[in-house]
Design a protein around this ligand. Structure first.
Ligand code: 6GU
Length: 248
């Protein structure tokens, strides 16, 4: 997979050199490039923002640097006549005004060939940037959740980690992906390792029983109990009543 990130803070993404994603980059499974938006400014101060039309607090990111930076990674998208593409690169603008990111979206993104992340700061990017590229390629606004970050960088780090680990070959043992929180719509069961007794706390005896059927049943019960307790909104019962879904 190819991933391009456009940001005014390239150093945020230094951490993508380490751990599993760093390895995936070294082995060529992920071709990830970080681009400094300020390299696409043409004034002495390398200005990327300006005051909002209509007034209001904060600054808005200017369209010209974004246009130049995106054209450089999306040569296909400079042709408007072709209309909005059904394939080709997918452009994602992290934004608290976007569709909420979740494991299902991570799976969809993991099947893409080329993702482009445009990290906005301040009060956001001039809307015409989104409109211009939406007429030429696939564009999505994606939010991490219902809270406000200072910019898209941390959100994009989270999305890339969630997506990257689903790319075949990135996680050594693919079975470890299956039993995790959210993969079957439930939170994951609690895990234990040696020693069997620690500070007067015992590992649940069923896990020492060697009875694989009983262990699987216990783990499923734990998943249900945990999900009911902390995330009842994930259960089918909750969604049956909640036909006006919060997704979308
Ligand atoms: Cl994707 N960006 C920003 N700036 N804030 C957020 C977010 C994204 N998701 C949740 N809060």
């Amino acid at each position: 997979m190819r991933i391009d990130i456009i940001t005014i803070f390239p150093a945020f993404f230094d951490a993508l050199d380490i751990s599993l994603l760093g390895k995936a980059r070294q082995t060529g499974l992920i071709d990830l490039q970080v681009h400094d938006l300020r390299d696409h400014t043409h004034d002495r101060h390398r200005t990327v923002d300006d005051t909002p039309y209509g007034g209001g607090a904060g600054m808005v990111m200017k369209p010209e640097p974004w246009g130049d930076a995106l054209d450089a990674v999306l040569p296909q998208a400079t042709d408007a006549a072709a209309g909005p593409a059904v394939d080709g690169p997918l452009v994602i603008f992290p934004s608290p005004a976007g569709v909420r990111f979740d494991q299902a979206m991570a799976r969809e993104l993991a099947a893409e060939e080329h993702l482009v992340f445009g990290c906005g700061r301040y009060e956001g990017i001039d809307q015409r940037v989104v409109d211009h590229y939406a007429a030429r390629t696939r564009v999505r606004l994606v939010s991490l959740g219902d809270y406000v970050l200072n910019g898209g960088e941390v959100a994009v780090m989270a999305m890339i980690e969630a997506v990257g680990r689903l790319i075949p070959g990135v996680v050594g043992n693919p079975e470890s992906l299956v039993e995790e929180s959210h993969e079957n719509g439930l939170l994951e069961y609690p895990s234990y390792t040696k020693p069997a007794s620690w500070r007067d706390l015992e590992v649940p005896p069923v896990l020492l029983s060697g009875n694989h059927g009983a262990i699987a049943a216990w783990r499923h019960d734990q998943q249900l109990e945990r999900t009911r307790r902390v995330r009842p909104d994930l259960l089918p019962e909750a969604n049956a009543e909640n036909t006006h879904s919060t997704r979308g």
